[in-house]
Write a protein that binds this ligand. Structure first.
Ligand SMILES: [Zn+2]
Length: 321
C-alpha cells in the first residue's frame, strides 16, 4: 500500500443556508470535520511535498496515504478550512486562478454560472440566457444536432445550460452573456470577487502556516477548447505568480473541470515545459505511483467518501462543474 494515495478534492466549504445564496452546493464546515475525522482515523494525511518526494523516488508513501486539495481559491478556504486544518496539523493544497487577482478583479465564468443558478433557478437562468442572445443559440443550433434547440430551452435543466455555456457557445459569447446577467441580477463583479476569493494577505498567511498553493489557469477556461498558443497563455505565468504570492519553490497545477476531455496531450507538455511539479485531474480514483504520470494525478470528490457514502443524511457537497 506504500504506492498509492487518496487525493480528495473540495470546492465550496460554507454553511450555505446562512448566506445570501442558500442554493450554492457547499460542504458545511461541520461535515468537513467529520470527513477529516474519518480520513485521520483510516489514513495517513500527507503534504503535497511528501507526494512529490515519492513521485521523484526520494521517499516512499506511508500506508493509506491521503492528501486534501481545495479548488478555486474561495475565501471559504481561509475562513472555514484553514482553521480546521491548522488545528489538526494537516497541510492542504489550494488551487488559484489568476483572473480574480488582476487589476479589476473578475468573478470566473464557472462561478458566475453557479451564483446565477443559485439566485434564479435553472429554468429562469436558461430563459435569461436565451433572451440575452437568441442569435447565438440559433447559430449553435444550426450547426450541431447534439446541442439544444431553442424549443427545448423552456424546460432546460442545470446540466443542459452548463453544457451550453461550457462547450456549446464560443468563450467570448458565453462570457458576454454571463457578464450581462451577472450585472443585472447580482451587481458589480469587482466587489463580489473581493468577497468570493482569497485575498493575497490570506494566501501569504496560509502559506506561512504550512499550506501549499498551486495554479488553476489564468481564467478557468476549458483547456481542451483552446489551441496551443491560447493554452500557453493560460498556463505560462502560474509558477512565477504562485511563487511570488507564497515563497514556495515548487508549484503544482489542477485542470479546470479536470475530466479526461478537458485537457489535451499538448496541455501536459506545456505544464512540463513551464516548470510545474505535478498536476491533478478529477478522474475519480486513487493515485497509483506505479502507473500514474505526474501530470495526470486522479482525485476523488469529497462526496464519494464518508460520511456521504454511509447512508447517513448529508447535504451534497460542492461540485466540480
Ligand atoms: Zn475550478
Amino acid at each position: 500500500m506504500g504506492n498509492t494515495c487518496l487525493v480528495v478534492m473540495y470546492h465550496y466549504v460554507r454553511d450555505s443556508a446562512t448566506t445570501p445564496f442558500p442554493e450554492i452546493r457547499a460542504l458545511p464546515p461541520a461535515l468537513i470535520e467529520r470527513q477529516l475525522d474519518w480520513l485521520q482515523r483510516e489514513h495517513h494525511l500527507i503534504s503535497l511535498h511528501e507526494l512529490e518526494a515519492a513521485m521523484d523516488g526520494h521517499a516512499r508513501l506511508p500506508p493509506n496515504a491521503a492528501l486534501v486539495t481545495f479548488d478555486d481559491g474561495f475565501i471559504d478556504h481561509y475562513e472555514a478550512v484553514f482553521p480546521i486544518l491548522r488545528r489538526r496539523g494537516v497541510s492542504g493544497v489550494f488551487f488559484l486562478a489568476q483572473r480574480p487577482y488582476e487589476a479589476s478583479p473578475r468573478v470566473l465564468g464557472v462561478h458566475k454560472t453557479h451564483f446565477l443558478l443559485a439566485h434564479l433557478g435553472a429554468e429562469a437562468f436558461a430563459a435569461a440566457v436565451l433572451r440575452e442572445h437568441e442569435p447565438a443559440l440559433v447559430a449553435v443550433d444550426a450547426g450541431r444536432e447534439d446541442v439544444f434547440g431553442a424549443d427545448r430551452w423552456e424546460h432546460a435543466d442545470e446540466r443542459t445550460i452548463k453544457h451550453l455555456l461550457n462547450y456549446g457557445l464560443p468563450f467570448d459569447e458565453a462570457e458576454r452573456i454571463l457578464d450581462a446577467l451577472f450585472a443585472r441580477h447580482l451587481g458589480p463583479q469587482e466587489s463580489f470577487a473581493r468577497e468570493l476569493y482569497l485575498g493575497e494577505p490570506m494566501i501569504a498567511g496560509m502559506a506561512a502556516a504550512g499550506m501549499t498553493f498551486g495554479y488553476h489557469t489564468r481564467s478557468h477556461r476549458m483547456l481542451s477548447r483552446l489551441d496551443v498558443e491560447e493554452q500557453e497563455r493560460e498556463l505560462r505565468d502560474g509558477v512565477a505568480w504562485i511563487r511570488r504570492l507564497t515563497g514556495q519553490a515548487r508549484v503544482s497545477f489542477c485542470y479546470p473541470w479536470g475530466g479526461p476531455k478537458t485537457y489535451t496531450t499538448g496541455t501536459v507538455q506545456i505544464l512540463a515545459g513551464n516548470g510545474y511539479s505535478v498536476a491533478f485531474t478529477s478522474v475519480r480514483r486513487r493515485v497509483d505511483l506505479s502507473r500514474d504520470g505526474r501530470f495526470e494525478l486522479p482525485r476523488i470528490d469529497a462526496r464519494d467518501l464518508p460520511p456521504y457514502v454511509t447512508g447517513e443524511p448529508a447535504t451534497p457537497p460542492g461540485e466540480p462543474s
